[in-house]
Design a protein around this ligand. Structure first.
Ligand code: SF4
Length: 237
């Protein structure tokens, strides 16, 4: 077992006005006034609200039952369904990961909404999501570089709640981390606290690659990743 932990400052991440505009459905640089100004205000304030942490643990005792679409990690079974089974089927080891932007940015978004500032509240929500995704991109890239020195490769990352994998399996995933790792906990209904957090798995092996997501095979219409995972970003799928 290999447990790795990271802390990031906001200014180490790739969270820009362009990226937030794109996530909101605007062409970068072309959102209408006063959206760019509001994004800039939120990005400036966000720096004081972040507590960005993440990490991964590598497990070697893994097996995939391709017929039943079941992933076994150290004897714990995950019902990962077809899409993730196909992407992980050639792995030899697995990294389980978690990452959070901290509670502050989510609370800031809620406060804005509560005060009736819905657009800025939504922008803060988007900024929180981009912070945690950008931090997780860095962690994944660091894992990839670390493994390349051993001649190994990684897959894209997959999370409970996406690609057919039930969010209810989150408790099993968290059982591989120390309690309160990175300050993230789970509610009884498997939601992560702080809310701006991600978790999931990354396959490792000689014959796996980051091939990009197969969203064209998926019927999850409102997936927040659908658009961005088809978007070529230097360090993302
Ligand atoms: S749209 Fe793409 S990223 Fe989203 S759940 Fe489907 S396959 Fe996964």
């Amino acid at each position: 077992m290999e447990l790795q932990e990271y802390n990031y400052r906001f200014d180490e991440l790739e969270v820009s006005t362009d990226i937030i505009e794109k996530f909101m459905g605007y062409e970068p640089g072309n959102s209408p006034e006063p959206i760019p100004q509001m994004i800039d205000e939120v990005l400036t304030i966000a720096q004081d609200y972040c507590d960005i942490k993440g990490g991964y643990v590598i497990q070697n005792d893994v097996d995939i039952n391709r017929e039943d679409k079941i992933l076994q990690i150290n004897g714990t079974a995950f019902d990962i369904k077809k899409i993730i089974t196909n992407q992980l089927r050639k792995m030899d080891d697995i990294a389980l990961f978690v990452c959070t932007a901290g509670a502050g940015i989510g609370n800031y978004s809620k406060e804005l909404m509560h005060d009736g500032d819905f657009i800025k509240g939504y922008i803060a929500d988007v900024v929180g999501s981009e912070i945690v995704e950008s931090a997780m991109d860095k962690i994944q890239n660091d894992l990839e570089q670390h493994l390349e020195t051993k001649g190994l490769h990684i897959t894209d990352r997959y999370s409970p709640g996406y690609c057919g994998w039930s969010v209810g399996e989150q408790h099993k995933l968290f059982s591989f981390f120390p309690d309160n790792f990175c300050g993230i906990t789970l509610t009884p209904s498997s939601l992560m606290q702080p809310i701006k957090s991600v978790s999931g798995v990354i396959g490792i092996g000689l014959d796996v690659r980051r091939k990009g997501y197969v969203c064209n095979m998926c019927d999850m219409v409102n997936c927040i990743y659908r658009e961005k995972r088809h978007t070529k970003r230097a360090d993302r799928c």
